[in-house]
Design a protein around this ligand. Structure first.
Ligand code: SF4
Length: 511
């Protein structure tokens, strides 16, 4: 196998470069074409968060650990791309068993534009008379739904390899966060080239493409401040709670770009008939129409609407309940590292926290500690509501009962007493807010945090730091910060709870 793409035949004279990283730009942290456009325009982007920095560090460690298992390898990374491509070609010709950071580049005409296509997979591994391309990822699920960008990247590496060496790779592999090696069927680069064509068209746009903002879509994106400021200034229809991404796009394409235009152009009947893409088919807005218009109206008037008395069972005391956990792609399993609970009301309990340990049995220890705290609460207060925000707490309660058992039926008793305050809030009030995230609602009700840094992602990054340090003092300092953050979450939940409990529907809205 003699690589064709030797230095001298490889041209870097084209103005447009497309790389395998463009797929990640488009799909991470969430899918958004605008991010591709803005990066190409070199728009100012926020610095990576503490969470992203930790993820990158873990990714590099994962890469180094794996490299150590592959035996003798040649690191072909170099100061310039041209050098790296040449070193890669030379090493392939010399049949080096393992190449780390090989690089490929090719020029190609895409829709009349000459583009330079570049890809740097993690490894090339000699397998008989050919090479397997292997990329390392922290992700655990390598599929179209969870990580389309990974599939596209490795397909592009395969295509670049074939262009450079004149023969297809022997295989495409992804070494995942679980340590498994997933094989991807090579499609001759067809899907990757199709997507590159689409991304090229975005980069060549002269006018910014419309992308609806969305709370979960934009939260981890470096352009969030920029895009939200613009959306708010414009009164973008995408800011209306319950208007999903496809509906915002449909409305926008039909000329309904703002909340005002939405209210002027539609009543509940006409909006309910509007169809927007839904999976592979189309679906009417239906019953959600009335609610959407109420939210649009509330935002326009900056006035909340109370729909019904909040369904809160009367009790003298309530437990506020909140967990901090690691997502499954960052740990050996999805793990709750902090179980926080505190009784508020007439007879407060003080903050009760259970932390997972750092040893092999740490996960179970955290659970057992939580059950002990919960038992103490039941012993003191009997059956009282356990108030949480969103389904996360219930999901993990059952997951842990399945994982480590439910000693004395405590977890089942907690589950029987759960009260999801998010559901209660959504069913009783229409707020002039684009999101019902606890952080947004607590801010609306006037709750002020004392801790400067907060957020689930920040807490995860801090926990990872605590896991990695061997200094006891440093670890304690980090865990104390997370504990203080969780305590504030409970206080924020209580603040929202108290605010909501005082709501009474007006006569006009009661029907
Ligand atoms: S902030 Fe939102 S809309 Fe803007 S680029 Fe990021 S994901 Fe896209």
């Amino acid at each position: 196998m003699t690589p064709r793409n030797r230095l001298g035949t490889f041209s870097v004279s084209t103005n447009m470069r497309l790389t395998a990283s463009d797929f990640a730009s488009c799909h991470r942290p969430t899918s958004c074409d605008l991010r591709v456009f803005l990066r190409h325009q070199r728009e100012q982007e926020a610095e990576p968060s503490a969470y992203e920095i930790v993820l990158r560090r873990l990714g590099l460690k994962h890469e180094r650990d794996h490299l150590a298992t592959l035996g003798t390898s040649v690191n072909v990374s170099a100061a310039s791309l041209e050098e790296q491509v040449k070193k890669t070609a030379d090493s392939i010709e010399a049949k080096v068993p393992v190449l780390y950071q090989p690089a490929f580049a090719a020029t190609e005409q895409i829709c009349g534009t000459e583009v330079e296509i570049v890809g740097v997979p993690d490894y090339l591994i000699l397998d008989g008379d050919g090479y397997v391309i292997r990329d390392l990822k922290m992700a655990r699920r390598i599929d179209e739904e969870n990580h389309p960008e990974i599939l596209l990247q490795v397909q592009l590496y395969g295509w670049l390899f074939e262009r450079s060496c004149g023969t297809a790779p022997k295989g495409l592999q992804v070494h995942t966060g679980t340590g498994d090696v997933v094989t991807i069927r090579y499609d001759d680069g067809a899907a990757a080239l199709r997507e590159l064509e689409r991304l090229l068209a975005i980069k060549q746009m002269t006018v910014e493409p419309y992308e609806p903002v969305g709370w979960s879509k934009c939260l981890g994106c470096g352009f969030i401040d920029r895009c939200w400021a613009r959306a708010e200034k414009a009164g973008d229809v995408a800011l209306v709670y319950c208007v999903d991404q496809n509906l915002a796009r449909t409305l926008h394409s039909q000329g309904t770009r703002t909340r005002k235009e939405l209210l002027a152009s539609f009543d509940a009947a006409s909006l309910s008939e509007l169809k927007r893409p839904y999976g592979s088919r189309e679906q009417r807005v239906g019953k959600a129409a009335e609610r959407i218009l109420k939210f649009a109206d509330a935002m326009e008037k900056q006035q909340e609407i109370v729909l019904a008395a909040p369904a809160i069972p009367p009790h003298k005391n309530y437990v506020m309940f909140d967990l901090e956990g690691m997502p499954p792609h960052l740990d050996e399993l999805d793990k709750i590292y902090l179980w926080g609970a505190e009784v508020f009301g007439e007879n407060p309990s003080g903050f009760k926290v259970s932390l997972s340990g750092f040893g092999a049995d740490g996960d179970r220890e955290g659970w057992i500690g939580f059950l002990a705290n919960a038992k103490q609460i039941f012993d003191t207060y009997g059956d009282i509501p356990w108030v949480h925000w969103a389904p996360y707490e219930e999901t993990y309660l059952w997951r842990y009962a399945g994982r480590f058992g439910d000693v004395g039926g405590i977890a089942s008793r907690v589950a029987r007493n759960l009260l999801d305050l998010l559901t209660v809030t959504r069913e009783s009030v229409v707020l002039p807010l684009p999101s019902f995230s606890l952080k947004v609602v607590e801010d609306y009700v006037g709750f002020e945090r004392k801790e400067a840094e907060y957020g689930g992602a920040w807490a995860m990054a801090t926990f990872i730091e605590a896991t990695e340090t061997s200094e006891e003092g440093k670890r304690k300092e980090l865990m104390d910060k997370i504990v203080a953050y969780n305590k504030e979450d409970l206080e924020a939940t209580w603040a929202v709870f108290r605010w909501l409990r005082g709501k009474v529907p007006s006569v006009n809205n009661a029907s």
